[in-house]
Design a protein around this ligand. Structure first.
Ligand code: PMP
Length: 354
């Protein structure tokens, strides 16, 4: 059985939209896409009168090199949010199929599934906050199409071992696609999971430039999968997902100099994460600091609502994650600059006696 047998039949049969820009290249008088031949007369407008390449070669190749895969196994998307949506739409039949998630985890898996009218089966993390693999596998039924594993997990920050991912992929072979969301992988020090594509056809790996590459505003994500799965996603991705300025920003970030800066920022974030983890743990009112492999830290407080309000009154916005199962006393704090982190610690210390 091929992984494509798990996909929606109508998507497999779909003749995708063929955009004018894709159909003919090589000419110099471009009158085939109903664009304006007159350049946009605005600052930075150069080239913006033309539609962008749907998958700019230079960017696809730079990302393929970065993540160690062949360009044919990779699709660049409007943030990894779009990749999640594409996978759900390609694999889940409305009103029939299901995804499996392990809450507390990133909210968009369930949202995309609900929009598609697919069922959301929950297999919670265990009491220690780790993935409960046996329970996860037991939650998979013949209706399951996608199993989402987020590593490092948002909002808990825990990492799923490579061998565990391998076991899940093996056990799901022929039954469901394992989607490994590695939005925060650069902060974990662990090698990426994309090498699993050498062994399994039922794996998709998500990466993004939004976190470690400081480009959340450019909306550049990547999904890696076997070529036939990528071919399926190409059929349903909207025509021109990557705006020209975003492509240019991504290419600059991925240049030699851009990579040097990125490594420096990641290592700074890691030392700030270590400093914050230690400092937060010593503060009264803090019940626990969850060890994190990402660029945020989930912290349990005696009074999460009061702590949230105190930080907000000082102009500091953190994420209230008390609605997540098992985290009813927790706030998620992104690791900021040294100065921002000092301000967080100062407010929390000042609140000790409050
Ligand atoms: N996956 C996870 C786990 C996330 O936390 C986020 C952003 N919060 C995303 C995916 C989406 O990232 P983007 O669309 O910016 O690539």
């Amino acid at each position: 059985m091929s992984v494509l047998d798990l996909a929606r039949e109508e998507i497999r049969a779909l003749a995708p939209y063929s955009s004018a820009r894709m159909e003919a290249s090589g000419g110099t008088v471009l009158l085939n896409a109903n664009e304006s031949s007159r350049p946009a007369d605005i600052p930075g407008g150069e080239g913006l009168n033309r539609y962008p390449d749907p998958q700019p070669r230079a960017l696809v190749e730079a990302l393929a090199e970065l993540y160690g895969r062949d360009a044919s196994q990779l699709l660049v998307t409007r943030g990894s949010d779009e990749a999640i949506d594409l996978l759900v739409r390609a694999f889940c039949r409305a009103g029939r199929d299901a995804i499996v998630i392990s809450p507390p985890t990133f909210g968009m898996y369930a949202i995309c599934a609900r929009i598609q009218d697919a069922a959301v089966i929950e297999s919670p993390l265990d009491a220690s906050g780790a993935l409960d693999v046996d329970r996860l596998l037991a939650s998979v039924t013949e209706r399951t199409r996608l199993v989402f594993v987020c590593s490092p997990n948002n909002p808990t920050g825990n990492l799923v071992e490579h061998e565990t991912l391998r076991r899940i992929a093996r056990e799901l072979a022929g039954r469901a696609v394992l989607v490994i969301d590695e939005a925060y992988a650069e902060f974990s020090g662990a090698p990426g999971a994309a090498t699993l594509l050498d062994e399994f056809d039922n794996v998709a790996v998500l990466r993004t430039l939004s976190k470690a590459w400081a480009l959340a505003g450019a909306r550049v994500g990547t999904v890696m999968a076997r070529e036939d799965v990528i071919g399926l996603l190409r059929r349903i991705i909207p025509p021109y997902p990557l705006p020209t300025p975003c492509v240019e920003a991504a290419l600059s970030a991925l240049s030699y100099e851009g990579r040097r800066v990125q490594r420096h920022h990641v290592s700074e974030t890691l030392s700030e994460r270590a400093r914050m983890t230690q400092a937060l743990a010593t503060l009264p009112g803090v019940r626990a600091v969850l060890p994190s492999h990402a660029n945020f830290i989930a912290v349990r407080f005696d009074d999460p609502a009061g702590t949230y309000r105190r930080l907000l009154a000082a102009g500091i916005v953190v994420r209230d994650i008390t609605r997540y199962p098992g985290l009813s006393d927790a706030l998620r704090i992104t690791v900021g600059t040294g100065n921002e982190n000092d301000r967080v610690l100062a407010i929390l210390r000042a609140g000790e006696g409050a």
